[in-house]
Ligand binder design. Structure first.
Ligand SMILES: Nc1nc2c(ncn2[C@@H]2O[C@H](COP(=O)(O)OP(=O)(O)OP(=O)(O)O)[C@@H](O)[C@H]2O)c(=O)[nH]1
Length: 213
């Protein structure tokens, strides 16, 4: 009997300032471990992990990048071909939140993405276990996402494993929504061409876009 089970490989890149917890998030997700004395990443590192969503398997190839400015030339060549981008800050570090815009722009430029509202970004507010030191409110997070057309965001703690699995699932679900919409538009495009084009006539149809993210 043939199975309809699909296996899809997705490249996920994690960006954000040095020290926000990108490596710890990846290690919590992949190995369920947390390192209190995690070293700064130099360049990039990647790990694979499979997750199942609605009966299909997604192999996430997770690229953890160096957040420190001095490693910019080492990390940016790895942005191309990404399927998902996780923009990460720490809830106790306002400046890492303010830098999200810079990270988004850097990613769009080096990944060479033209239609930025069609790309699955997810914003991660890490270190949610230290709320007593909170410098970024949930409202500020929502506002920034709204202003930037981003519909997926979540607060996580790599330390106590809160919402880490959920963040990666949310990211894949976001990717799936965009993928389905692209398929639908393609079908509409093909139907339009087939149904309206008379023989010998040039096609001049265009694909409609949607505000929904
Ligand atoms: N309290 C708390 N500390 C965390 C959490 N995640 C990471 N840390 C700590 O934050 C520090 C930096 O974590 P990393 O994962 O190395 O940060 P990074 O973003 O990968 O840093 P770069 O490699 O320099 O870009 C380490 O001391 C971690 O133990 C968290 O969820 N809560």
């Amino acid at each position: 009997m043939r199975s309809n089970h699909k296996n899809t490989l997705l490249k996920v890149v994690i960006l954000g300032d040095g020290g926000v917890g990108k490596s710890c998030l990846m290690n919590r997700f992949v190995s369920n471990q947390f390192d209190e004395h995690s070293f700064h990443t130099i360049g990039v590192e990647f790990l694979n992990k499979d997750i199942d969503i609605n009966g299909d398997t997604y192999t996430l190839q997770i690229w953890d990048t160096a957040g420190q400015e001095r490693f910019k030339t080492l990390r940016t060549p790895f942005y191309r071909g990404s399927d998902i981008c996780m923009l990460t800050y720490a809830i106790n570090d306002k400046s890492s939140f303010k830098n999200l815009q810079m990270w988004k722009n850097e990613f769009l430029y080096y990944a060479d993405i033209k239609e930025n509202n069609q790309f699955p970004f997810i914003v991660i507010g890490n270190k949610s276990d230290i709320t007593s030191e909170r410098e970024v409110s949930q409202l500020e997070l929502e506002t920034w996402c709204n202003e930037n057309g981003i519909t997926s965001s979540i607060e996580t703690s790599a330390k106590n494993a809160s919402n880490v699995q959920e963040a990666f699932i949310l990211a894949v679900e976001h990717w799936l929504r965009i993928e389905k919409r692209a398929d639908k538009n393609e079908t509409v495009y093909n139907d339009t061409v087939d149904l309206t084009k008379k023989q010998g006539e040039k096609s001049s149809c265009c694909i409609g876009s949607s505000d929904e993210n």
